[in-house]
Design a protein around this ligand. Structure first.
Ligand SMILES: [Fe+2]
Length: 190
């Protein structure tokens, strides 16, 4: 059975390292998350209009990373991971602030703001737990991790679907079980 190295474990806990930022890869990631979030929401029986809103949120969920580049300019040589993580953790709030007032629904905005909250309360930005986390955030959390692990990264190749699911089960505390089960049904239909 495949075991995670420290760097890979980190991808489950946080987003990818900001120094790996690559706009084309981010767009590809947004498309995968968008499509999957739509299907998972549909599988959960959410209204179709809500599923479309989630598709929008899935496309835009990491848009705050664009703002992050302003914060890391000139810091590229700073190797301190802790600093890096501090800035990475700002991206969900920065994305929310960027899109607020631009006509997006509160559902889309909250889904983006809370897409790194963990079901057990260990996520960010607000350490929300369980159903305190808006459903859109809980769905994006699962889809985001799946999309990240099942695509190539500069420091590793993509994991196969069975391995990704195994890795996610190891971190099941992060996910809403109802969402996770719907997600599993969706990927096994493919
Ligand atoms: Fe993110």
């Amino acid at each position: 059975m495949y075991r995670l190295g420290a760097a890979e474990t980190e991808t489950l806990k946080t987003s990818d390292r900001i120094l790996d930022f690559d706009l084309s890869a981010e767009l590809d990631h947004g498309i995968v998350v968008s499509n999957l979030a739509y299907e998972v929401a549909l599988e959960m029986g959410l209204e179709e209009s809500v599923c479309y809103e989630l598709a929008i949120a899935g496309m835009l969920h990491d848009i705050g990373k664009l703002r992050l580049t302003e914060y890391i300019n000139g810091r590229e040589k700073d190797p301190l991971l802790i600093e890096e993580l501090k800035y990475v953790r700002m991206h969900s709030t920065l994305g929310y602030e960027e899109l607020k007032g631009q006509g997006y629904s509160e559902f889309v905005l909250e889904s983006i703001l809370y897409h790194h909250e963990n079901y057990d309360g260990t996520g960010y930005p607000e350490n929300l737990a369980g159903e305190e986390i808006p459903i859109g955030g809980r769905i994006l959390r699962v889809c985001d991790v799946f999309a990240a692990l099942s695509s190539d990264r500069p420091y590793r190749t993509a994991f196969d679907v069975a391995t990704v699911v195994e890795l996610m089960i190891d971190e099941i505390k992060n996910f809403d079980m109802e969402v996770f089960l719907a997600f599993q049904r969706v990927i096994h239909k493919k």
